[in-house]
Write a protein that binds this ligand. Structure first.
Ligand SMILES: [Fe+2]
Ligand SMILES: [Fe+2]
Length: 323
């Protein structure tokens, strides 16, 4: 099967398109970026937002013009535009800042989700530039999560006189929920809690579903998908059932349930696989596919190497998380 030309991303079942996309993500070449860019005319907003996410994770500057044009398409779904802005932040280059600056204020940008994403992405670029300047590492994946995140994890070791004190999970949770603090700092707390990977941290994170920002709530669900901790399941199910909850948040909850993949998760995904919100419906289908993958114990979620021709495929490390 010839993948290149991008036709594979357009004409086969959604779940296979997602798997193909994960393969391209691991290639990271300019050519892979160009193929992904061609799929932005796909009818599925879920796939389009995933394309943007993957372009950011590839960290290839060649993707910046296409991401800028997705962000500039005002009639594009806000979930897709959000992901394009976040991806520009993930690439982490100074040239991304003026692109993002055009969507910062209410006068410039009507969508709160996009504005908040832009705020975070600009902060992330400043952070990455500062780290590089100091010769420090970024995106070390030290906590075992293979993603470039919208914010680094908060440094929770604090100096108290001559002693080093570790912040308690509760204290980090207080930063998470303090709406007086900048969003970037609250996100840093979110990723610090993720990295603790215990039940107490999950319960602190679950409080974030009460936040009034849909962006914030969707990120909590994203983090739960990464953690794959069963203690998050009740709050994810509650999110799926919450009347009036944004599709962007419910979509993320569905994918998280798909990656946790207990029988209870399957049940919820089955329940919502015909949801009236298209992205939720499709996420349940993808979630069920991922759950099948998790249950199968297969090595990697992406399509096999034979499907893709022309580039070498590095090891995938079993990374299945989505945007
Ligand atoms: Fe998403
Ligand atoms: Fe997102």
């Amino acid at each position: 099967m010839e993948l290149y030309g991008g036709r594979y991303l357009l004409c086969v079942p959604l779940k296979n398109r997602f798997r193909a996309l994960f393969t391209l993500k691991s290639v990271k070449s300019d050519r892979a970026v160009d193929i992904i860019a061609k799929a932005f005319n796909d009818p599925s907003a879920l796939l389009r937002h995933e394309l943007a996410y993957v372009l950011g994770q590839m960290k290839n500057p060649h993707a910046i013009p296409v991401l800028a044009s997705v962000l500039a398409t005002l009639n594009e779904d806000c979930m897709v535009r959000h992901e394009a802005a976040e991806a520009i932040g993930a690439i982490g280059l100074e040239q991304g800042i003026p692109i993002l600056e055009a969507y910062r204020t209410e006068e410039q940008e009507a969508s709160r989700v996009v504005r908040e994403t832009v705020e975070l992405a600009i902060e992330r670029i400043h952070y990455e530039i500062a780290q590089k300047k100091d010769g420090k590492e970024i995106d070390t994946f030290g906590a075992g999560y293979y993603s470039i995140d919208p914010a680094p994890a908060l440094e929770t070791k604090q100096k108290e006189g001559s002693k080093i004190k570790e912040m308690s999970t509760k204290e980090v949770g207080e930063i998470l929920m303090n709406t007086e603090l900048p969003l970037f700092l609250r996100y840093k707390a979110m990723f610090a809690l993720r990295n603790r990977h215990n039940e107490e941290a999950v319960l602190e994170l679950a409080k974030g579903f009460a936040d009034e920002s849909a962006l914030f709530r969707h990120e909590i669900a994203y983090v739960f998908g990464q953690m794959q901790h069963v203690a998050s399941v009740p709050s994810l199910i509650e999110t799926m059932n919450r009347p009036g909850e944004e599709a962007m948040v419910r979509h993320e909850a569905a994918e998280a349930l798909g990656s946790i993949a207990t029988p209870e998760c399957f049940e919820v995904l089955e329940k919502f696989k015909a949801d009236s919100a298209q992205v939720v419906k499709e996420s349940c289908m993808i979630g069920l596919d991922m759950a099948e993958f998790e249950a199968s114990g297969d090595f990697q979620y992406a399509e096999t190497v034979e499907v893709v021709k022309g580039d070498s495929i590095p090891e995938m490390k079993g990374e299945t998380r989505q945007a």
